[in-house]
Design a protein around this ligand. Structure first.
Ligand SMILES: [Zn+2]
Length: 150
C-alpha cells in the first residue's frame, strides 16, 4: 500500500470530487520534487488486460475532470492506453497554503510559470485523461516555486 500524502489528501477532500480525491490521495511522494507514476499506471493496465479490473473500474473520470480536460487541459501526443482512439489530455491540480481558496484547483498550464515565480512552494498533480473512454490516472507530481529555483 502507498502511504497517504496527507497534505494533498486534506486539500483534495474539500476541493476535488470524491472519487478523484480518493485515488489521488492514495499516492505518495511528499519528500520528492518529481514523482512519476508510470509504474502504477502500468500495473493498473496489466490488471485491466488480465481481466482483474473491468474497464468501468479504470475509465471512471469524474464529469468535473472531463470538463477541465476539455476546457483547460493540455493535449498530448500520447494515445489513450485503453481505447487508443484519442490522445491523452493532461490536467494539472495545484496545492499550496499560499494559494488559500485556490488550493486544490485545476490550473491552466500557461499559468504555472507565474506560480513558480510568485509562490514559495506549490505542489502540482498532473492527471492524464481520455475524453473519449474516460480513462484517468495520476501521471506526475512535482513541486514549483521560489524554494525550488536553481
Ligand atoms: Zn480512451
Amino acid at each position: 500500500m502507498y502511504r497517504h500524502d496527507r497534505y494533498a489528501a486534506a486539500s483534495m477532500s474539500t476541493r476535488v470530487a470524491k472519487p478523484l480525491s480518493d485515488w489521488l490521495s492514495s499516492y505518495t511522494g511528499a519528500d520528492m520534487r518529481l514523482v512519476d507514476y508510470t509504474l502504477a499506471k502500468r500495473a493498473k493496465l496489466t490488471e485491466l488486460r488480465g481481466g482483474r479490473l473491468a474497464r468501468t473500474d479504470v475509465c471512471d473520470a469524474h464529469p468535473e475532470l472531463l470538463r477541465a480536460a476539455r476546457n483547460v487541459g493540455e493535449r498530448t501526443l500520447v494515445p489513450c492506453p485503453v481505447c487508443a482512439e484519442e490522445s491523452l489530455v493532461h490536467v494539472t491540480y495545484v496545492f499550496g497554503d499560499a494559494l488559500h481558496q485556490r488550493s486544490g484547483r485545476v490550473w491552466p498550464r500557461d499559468g504555472l510559470a507565474d506560480l513558480h515565480r510568485s509562490m514559495d512552494e506549490v505542489a502540482c498533480y498532473v492527471v492524464e485523461v481520455c475524453t473519449t473512454c474516460c480513462w484517468n490516472h495520476l501521471a506526475q507530481r512535482y513541486l514549483l516555486g521560489r524554494r525550488h529555483v536553481g
